[in-house]
Design a protein. Structure first.
Length: 299
């Protein structure tokens, strides 16, 4: 018992630099080598609903992917945008991206480039995806897409006329899409898509948003106006895990390049880093309190 007390006292007196190094390693290792550490993530019902809704779509269906986030919320939302694109492309679904925030234009570009450059999917621009440009207006743009998309957009981000893009044939308003997915960090966001487009025209809508926005979105989820929601980084990690398992089970899918490795997503490794760092901090707090108690008792 005396030996155990001495051990706890020593642990409580560890040099703070040693603690900082351990905390740093607990964060860096999962981020740099996600294949080394992969903590299982429990999937919530909302993330599962989102997956099942998108998974029910058929090859050739059209999905409008709305980007309403920027650099400050990229760590939370960007991983889910990549996972959603991976899921959609693996099913041969046609993707149309539209940014409702100025920064959303770059976020959409980064997400598309990340998925396409992985060479995991056999996709080509204007055949499998179209990137629409940013237009100021927020709710007005959503309303315009709902009623007459071509009155808002005449060309894509590469200045190619929509009339020259095969994917745009027959796409004139929100009713020509089979699904809308919203990636939101504020206003306009999922609430505006419900109010100004999807609810009125009975178009299915799902959303991925920051953790702080979840409480505002939950009433729409419970009413069925939003079909499931990905909540912040935990939601992104859950969806990444579901899509990772789905892609590995469907390696013979004609839309996938079988020779390219399927890697875990960034949110998964970030959640592992966060969990390990938090656990390590709790352990050091416990050791510190035990050491403090034993030291005071001896005095």
């Amino acid at each position: 018992m005396e030996l155990l007390n001495k051990i706890f006292i020593k642990l409580g007196q560890l040099d703070r630099r040693f603690i900082f190094i351990l905390i740093g390693l607990s964060v860096l290792i999962p981020l740099l080598r996600p294949d080394w550490i992969n903590i299982p993530i429990k999937t919530t019902s909302n993330s599962r609903i989102v997956f099942e809704e998108l998974n029910s779509l058929k090859s050739g269906d059209k999905v409008l992917l709305s980007f309403e986030y920027g650099a400050s919320t990229k760590p939370e939302i960007h991983p889910m945008s990549v996972a959603v694109l991976q899921h959609l492309f693996s099913k041969g679904i046609k993707v149309y991206t539209v940014p409702l925030w100025p920064e959303g234009l770059m976020m959409a570009k980064f997400a598309i480039e990340e998925v396409v450059s992985s060479n995991l999917f056999k996709v080509k621009e204007h055949i499998d995806y179209v990137s629409l440009p940013y237009k100021a207006g927020g709710e007005i743009i959503i309303r315009g897409i709902a009623t007459d998309l071509r009155s808002i957009f005449t060309q894509d981000i590469n200045n190619t006329l929509l009339s020259e893009i095969p994917m745009m044939n027959g796409v004139n308003n929100i009713s020509d899409f089979d699904f809308v997915f919203d990636l939101s960090a504020g206003v306009p966001g999922n609430a505006e898509w419900v109010q100004f487009a999807c609810d009125e025209y009975n178009i299915p809508l799902s959303s991925g948003c920051t953790s702080i926005m979840v409480t505002d979105a939950i009433p729409y989820v419970e009413s069925g106006q939003i079909r499931g929601i990905l909540a912040g980084m935990p939601g992104a990690a859950e969806y990444e895990q579901i899509v990772f398992e789905y892609l590995n089970k469907n390696r013979n899918n004609k839309y996938l390049n079988e020779k390219v490795s399927i890697l875990p997503g960034k949110a998964t490794s970030r959640m592992s880093a966060q969990s390990i760092a938090h656990l390590l901090m709790v352990v050091f707090i416990i050791f510190g309190n035990i050491s403090y108690y034993l030291t005071r008792r001896d005095k």
